[in-house]
Design a protein around this ligand. Sequence first.
Ligand code: GDD
Ligand code: MN
Length: 365
Amino acid sequence: MAKTVELSVILPTYNEAENIHILIPLLQKVLTKYNYEILVMDDNSPDGTYRIVEKLARQDNRIRCVRRMTNRGLSQAVVEGFSVAQGDAMLVMDADMQHDEAVIPQFIERFRAGADLVVGTRKAHGGQIENWSPMRRFISWGATKMAHFFLPQNSSDPMSGFFAVSKNFYNSIATEINPRGFKILLEILAHSHGANMQEVGYSFRPRQFGESKLSVSVAFTYLVALYDLKFGRLIPVRFIKYALVGASGVVVNQLVLFLSRSGFKLSDAIALGVAIEISILWNFVMNNYFTFKDKSLTGAANLLWGFLKFNFVCLGGAFINYSITMSLVASFMPNIYLANLVGIGVSTIWNYFINLQITWKRELD
Ligand code: GDD
Ligand code: MN
């Protein structure tokens, strides 16, 4: 009878040819006492990482290489690894030797003692961080604090790429996991209410070969993801973006007004008109390429028609802003700045929903 696999080690790789041929033998050594498999999830790396793994796999049938051709991405690779893994527990780690393979037996012990989820952490007892720039430390610190506020489990390293789940626990939440970007542990933590979570400390090593794929934009995506997990249904991320663009439009408006008056010596009425129209154009462009990036209008005709519709909607918004502000001032909010704030708020909500349906309508969300 075939023995069950106790642990699947999932190694997502993208251009790790220089590392993987060192790491796999290290893993084999650490894991000799256990029934394990090693799954390399490679996104068809240009440096031929998969070729090295395929060669190792021919010598040891506990090693498998999945060469992924579509849907590139770290989380996607990991999720696909989970779905093909056979182990009762599934461990994910960087393939660049930054995660210390020597602590893997401690992960196995935790599962034997009933853990659902084990997080390798750089901060728990026995863990430390080597060679980090102050910037990276700061981002990591901020993200951890944010996660404590947002997530049901207080992991001391919620961004960790070194963690493991039991197959049973994972299967119970798998349909709710949304694989995007770098945030797979975050998704799991967000669905870990009541789960038995454990931590294993380790020392994070500097990367010797190849380069990191984590960037500032990845960190930003992480923050957006955290917000989305918690409040996304209440106030959509898209609306926040829309409001941010609106705020930037106010700055553009004032700036153009100032330039037109003092630089170009235009009359107040004309300067104001120019300022308003340019800020509308600014907002349209920003919304098209930022807020509605996934449904961007393209081609001269679509852009022009979209811009006209946007102007039209803004006109409606301006009217709402004006009438609300004026009636508030006339009734119980004599302070015009406060009243205007309310007016701006309501017209922003109006503009957002109308633009969603008229200017960027492709599908409602
Ligand atoms: N298949 C696949 N596809 N693998 C990828 C991709 C991808 O698009 N992008 C990165 N990887 C692999 C890398 O080859 C590496 O094995 C692992 O995923 C982690 O990528 P790194 O580039 O080494 O990330 P890092 O070391 O900068 O970031 C680490 O710390 C972060 C938190 O601070 C990782 O452990 C992250 O997972 C972690 O979130
Ligand atoms: Mn790494």
